[in-house]
Design a protein around this ligand. Sequence first.
Ligand SMILES: NC(=O)c1ccc[n+]([C@@H]2O[C@H](COP(=O)([O-])OP(=O)(O)OC[C@H]3O[C@@H](n4cnc5c(N)ncnc54)[C@H](OP(=O)(O)O)[C@@H]3O)[C@@H](O)[C@H]2O)c1
Length: 289
Amino acid sequence: MVSWAITGATRGIGVSIPISSQRPQREMLTRPPLQLGFVKNLSTDSKNQVFALIRSLGTAGPLLELAAQRKNIHVIVTDISDPTKLDDAAAEVSKATAGSLDVLLLNAGSAGPDTAVLPPSAFHGKKEALDFEINESIKDNLLSNMYTINAFLHLIRSGAEKKVVFISSQSGNLDFTRRTGFSTLLGYSVSKAGMNMAMTKFAGELAPEGIKTLSLSPGWVDTDAAKAVTGDPEVRRFVLDMFHKVDAKVEGPAPVGEAVSDMLRVIGGLDEVDSGKFLTHHGDEEQWF
Ligand SMILES: NC(=O)c1ccc[n+]([C@@H]2O[C@H](COP(=O)([O-])OP(=O)(O)OC[C@H]3O[C@@H](n4cnc5c(N)ncnc54)[C@H](OP(=O)(O)O)[C@@H]3O)[C@@H](O)[C@H]2O)c1
């Protein structure tokens, strides 16, 4: 049995998305629809024990349906911004695994407030808006992830795999941002970059115990979050022009299943040598799409 705990497991990369939002019909005729988010992909193998950590049952319909069919999925409602609730969630996992966890996947994340569409200088004279833009993203994408790691660390210490993986973003990479000129999503990008650093700090601290950490970019993936940022055709054209500066071939977001199998390959290969790095879903530091 390999045990996995995954945050943000209700939608998108966490669990699955409807077939209608996958790639065009013509492509679907030539290969099976890829809609396996982490929970769906991992729970296909009965040797995996999958703990889906979610903040609300409100968006969990597809997850609950899947959990009703697959006995190796355990749904736990928690609040990743509350260390006490996270301790309770870890205790629940511990009961089912006799005190261990193999892999912790920090997947929950959000793009931030409406002001995420603004570049940095547009916040001149808008102190409150800037504070909110930065603080909300830091709370959701950095502090909550640190609380989660600390709540589950004692279980990871007793696990066989000893892996902690943060689903980051190319937006949190300096070189990607410099080359594309991507100037919006300020709080989101700052919080992802900050959490990348925190992951490297954890890697340094925990290396003597054999615990590996990794920040992993999923690529550009066809989920609600991607639609919210690049769904508008005009914005999408603008974003594509920027993305073409680092990859002339990128045409649009990839299906969830493709991104997830790529990431699971990288996670499977994570060893001491790569611990603390920030890698793409291809396992390198260059191919962001
Ligand atoms: N899609 C992309 O192209 C892309 C690119 C780069 C990085 N990423 C990263 O990939 C991860 C997954 O994104 P996605 O595209 O699958 O997004 P998504 O479809 O919007 O799903 C986000 C998931 O995170 C949960 N979540 C959001 N904020 C949370 C919070 N404060 N506390 C607890 N749960 C929270 C959501 O729960 P609810 O259902 O309750 O809202 C949902 O399960 C994120 O970390 C995102 O930054 C995505």
